[in-house]
Design a protein around this ligand. Sequence first.
Ligand code: FAD
Length: 574
Amino acid sequence: MKTDFFNADMEFFIDHRVDWSKLIGLSQGPGANATDEVDTYKMVMRTAGEVCADIETDSIDHWHEAVSLKDGEVQLPAHVASGYEKLKGAGLTCLTTGGAYGGSGLPMMLSCMFLEMLSRANSSLMTIVGLQTGVATDIEKFGSEEICQEYLPRFVSGELQGAMDLTEPQAGSDLGGIVTRADKRDGKYYVTGEKIFITNGGAEIHLVLARDGDLYDESRGTTNGLNLLLCPRTLADGTPNGVTIPRVEHKLGIHGSPTCVVEFDNAEAYLLGEVGQGFRAMLVLMNHARLGVSAQAIGIAEAAYRAARSYAAERVQFGMPILQQPLVKSMLGSMAINIQAARALLYRTCGMIDTIEAIDAHIESGRADDDPKRAELEAERDRLQSLIRFFTPLCKYYATEVANDVTRAGIQVHGGIGYMAETSAGHYHNDSIITTIYEGTSEIQASFALKEMAKGALTATLEDTKKTLSELDQPAGELAQEVSDGIDVINSSISALLGDFDYALLNAKRISQMVIDVVVSAELLQQAAISEEKGELARAFIRRHMLALRMNAERISSGDATRLQRYNAILGLE
Ligand SMILES: Cc1cc2nc3c(=O)[nH]c(=O)nc-3n(C[C@H](O)[C@H](O)[C@H](O)COP(=O)(O)OP(=O)(O)OC[C@H]3O[C@@H](n4cnc5c(N)ncnc54)[C@H](O)[C@@H]3O)c2cc1C
């Protein structure tokens, strides 16, 4: 069965935007055959596309079916449970786990492509599989060999699922507020506390962030002193651990994704990584999850776009399909452009992560010891690492906001029927909203990005982008110049933000968007240099976004922190 779930954009990225011979050579050594490996990647993605198409067929009419709780156990709706079995049967539940534990160790880019496809098919099921992959990655990075051997093969086989337990009633965006406690007694850790909003909270394996008992008082209110612990719901002797699920939530969307309150009562747990360093370890999982949520958002947006595009081709008003109306064409055009732009940013970011992983594998294998390029590779890794800290929040912010806009436009294209429960247009919108909230809200992503800008990521990114533009061939000339001028505009408006952190925070989304505008423009121009088909996309994106960039720059340059005082007056805070 041939499907377009593994779509042309994804294949383009695999074929043209990654130097696989370098990456595979670094990670697997000189004997590696990059051509065969890439063929295998594409074969896995095609299979994943077929399984996802099948899951979509089984799920699309069951969106409203919600998770329930029976005798303290989470019950999944049938379409989610059967979809999981299909993925398990196809070996698609944990794509990035390494070969040492039975996994296929696929690169991040492929994992995100799979999550995008799965979200297009069933965004609730995606949350379960996305977490499974993320939790396994954290165990692989921070668990002892014994723990890895105990759990990872069962994650890969699909027997075990995972949850990530951070949020508490008083600790949402600010995880420094965590009060769940981990005490060490007789060489073992015991966790006590309550977590809320935990996706797939019924899973067997919980990765919990809890405050170390010995550091409790001195670290309260900060993200220091937190431990990352692996807490199973069943102990080694088969008896239940002290982990209970008193409630599942009812939500606006992703009804098939369990969102649970989880209570820990002296639950036995294993420390992952170092005492008090849990927040840093959890950041690895959170950053991967942020890219996973970006992929989820793009997958939902893609589904919404396709539904709207085919409805517009069929719906006749004023004697012609509404697709022929300029205003409808414009809505659909914006949807298509913005999805491809978000995809370009996400997969470009994944490519950076995969390069870092390949360099690390090369160094860890010992092959780098007598490689004359070792220092050069280490410098490349360090540079990419600081860019990733910047690009990850930008991706999460952009892809999820795009998905909200695209799915909302999908309802508009459908007109009145789009507001009815019987069409999927509204379902996609309801599902997309959460992507701007979990794994850190859009405001938190923009604030993180701003902090990274202040540490030098802005200058590095703008310089890199300028260099890329200057290396493009002549046909890109005029457009490349427009983007290059856009970079100059960013540089000149930045001075208005220096010296007043509150004013900078007030503009965090604006400046993030401006950076995204130039980075995506340059990426699309690079794509257009490879494929003529991408030329119109690049042109349309640049024309719109360079205008928007100038408007944002004007807004930044023309104001100052007194704008906050005006808000105080409007909000009655004075
Ligand atoms: C369906 C669902 C699934 C979830 N799954 C999980 C999970 O698996 N594991 C888990 O641990 N958590 C999970 N969460 C929790 C989720 O990560 C949090 O809800 C989210 O991080 C926001 O925290 P909060 O709800 O406390 O909002 P708050 O932190 O109270 O934020 C409220 C508003 O204030 C803004 N705000 C707060 N601080 C700032 C700031 N410094 N600057 C600017 N704006 C700010 C926010 O952007 C938001 O608009 C889930 C939540 C939902 C709804």
